[in-house]
Design a protein around this ligand. Structure first.
Ligand SMILES: *[C@@H]1O[C@H](CO)[C@@H](O)[C@H](O)[C@H]1NC(C)=O
Ligand SMILES: *[C@@H]1O[C@H](CO)[C@@H](O)[C@H](O)[C@H]1NC(C)=O
Ligand SMILES: *[C@@H]1O[C@H](CO)[C@@H](O)[C@H](O)[C@H]1NC(C)=O
Ligand SMILES: *[C@@H]1O[C@H](CO)[C@@H](O)[C@H](O)[C@H]1NC(C)=O
Ligand SMILES: *[C@@H]1O[C@H](CO)[C@@H](O)[C@H](O)[C@H]1NC(C)=O
Length: 334
């Protein structure tokens, strides 16, 4: 058998390891509902008693809608959940009255509503939302609360858990009434709203609902504090604790080389990099390990075996005598 035969053999081997990499879906707690309508509900969130980590993570799945809709509970506001992300501890929500408005006719003010948001645990992402005000002759203020303080703000502060809007006009829209009777203010996920001049005259603009990104975190301790209480520490095996920038509490993340749900016991599963990344050279042999992998070359070859490394190349034949030994070694592969 020559090298040609060996290459063919290894090529077949390479094809055999071309198995679809399976991604581990974010799971609920065992025995708990995994979806509400088409929204996946990973632990620490849950739709029934015993399925969530604490009451703030209770998702009220309202089956009177078809498909069912997921709501954050205990807020008094109908905060509909559109998506839950474990990767960065965020939630995409939308709700009624998300657009505040201040409208006028030629006699003066006609209607006004401030959009109000309030949640006792989750805050409005300061980096992924934009405060947007539209209107001519419009000055809009957003009053944000994090804890007991309220202040006029222009940028969204970290940890803001409540807000309402105030509007001011200089001339009660009198000079612009014909095309812009209202001022509007809203918070919206960055990149979702694009201004259109027709929005200025649209008196139904306040009926729109825009998505908003909230940040969530476990408890109100730092990682360091949480680790001192192992019984209640939320980050399970093969995961690490992260102190989010958004405010109090902590998040968990699977260690490198693992994927899944870090909040569940054995939720972080080893990634088979050999299948997922195919990191080894055509002739390299991939070995998956817990949390990592390595490549080797078949006998008679040298190199690091990696696709983007030195790969595998036949060892230089220094002596003629060594050739038969090489053939014996290669015979194992046939
Ligand atoms: C759920 O379904 C709605 C409408 O059917 C769609 O707009 C939305 O993107 C879906 N959400 C997810 C997370 O797939
Ligand atoms: C929902 O969140 C998941 C997890 O972060 C993400 O992969 C997915 O793209 C999101 N879906 C939508 C419609 O934003
Ligand atoms: C302006 O709005 C008020 C309150 O809605 C209404 O009573 C009044 O008739 C309106 N004036 C004009 C000129 O349309
Ligand atoms: C916000 O600023 C406006 C204008 O400067 C002021 O009238 C209003 O009282 C301020 N509101 C708060 C809550 O500080
Ligand atoms: C701002 O709005 C709040 C709530 O609607 C209201 O109570 C307050 O008087 C307003 N402040 C100003 C300065 O307009």
């Amino acid at each position: 058998m020559g090298f040609g035969g060996l290459f063919k053999e290894l090529a077949v081997f390479a094809v055999m390891v071309t198995i679809m990499a399976t991604s581990v879906a974010a799971q609920p707690k065992p025995g708990c509902q995994s979806h509400c309508g088409n929204i996946s509900i990973p632990y620490p969130f849950g739709t029934s008693n015993g399925c969530y980590i604490s009451r703030d993570f209770f998702i009220n799945c309202d089956t009177s809608f078809n498909p069912p809709k997921a709501f954050l509970s205990d807020t008094g506001l109908e905060l509909q959940v559109l998506n839950i992300s474990l990767d960065d501890g965020s939630l995409r929500i939308q709700y009624h009255r998300s657009v505040g408005y201040d409208c006028y006719n030629s006699s003066g003010p006609t209607s006004y509503d401030t959009s109000v948001f309030l949640h006792r645990k989750f805050s409005i992402s300061y980096s992924r939302n934009k405060f947007t005000a539209i209107g001519c002759d419009t000055i809009a203020y957003i009053n944000g609360f994090s804890g007991p303080d309220s202040s006029n703000i222009t940028a969204i502060p970290r940890g803001m858990q409540a807000y309402f809007f105030n509007f001011t006009t200089l001339q009660s829209h009198s000079t612009v009434l014909r095309f812009n009777p209202c001022s509007y203010g809203f918070l919206v996920e960055d990149g979702v709203y694009t201004f259109s001049t027709s929005d200025l005259s649209n008196i139904d603009f306040n009926k729109r609902k825009y998505p908003l990104i909230l940040d969530w975190a476990i408890g109100d301790q730092t990682c360091e504090e949480a680790k001192m209480d192992p019984k209640n520490y939320a980050c399970k095996q093969n995961s690490a604790c992260i102190d989010p920038e958004s405010g109090p509490g902590y998040l968990c993340k699977c260690n490198d080389g693992f994927q899944g749900n870090p909040y569940l016991s054995n939720g972080c599963q080893d990634i088979n990099e050999c299948e997922a990344l195919k990191p080894c050279n055509e002739f390299g042999i991939c070995h998956n390990t817990l949390g990592s992998y390595y490549c080797t070359c078949p006998e008679g070859f040298e190199g690091d075996g990696r696709k983007y490394g030195t790969g595998c190349s036949p060892k230089p034949k220094a002596h003629r005598e060594s050739f038969p030994i090489l053939l014996v070694a290669l015979g194992w592969y046939t």
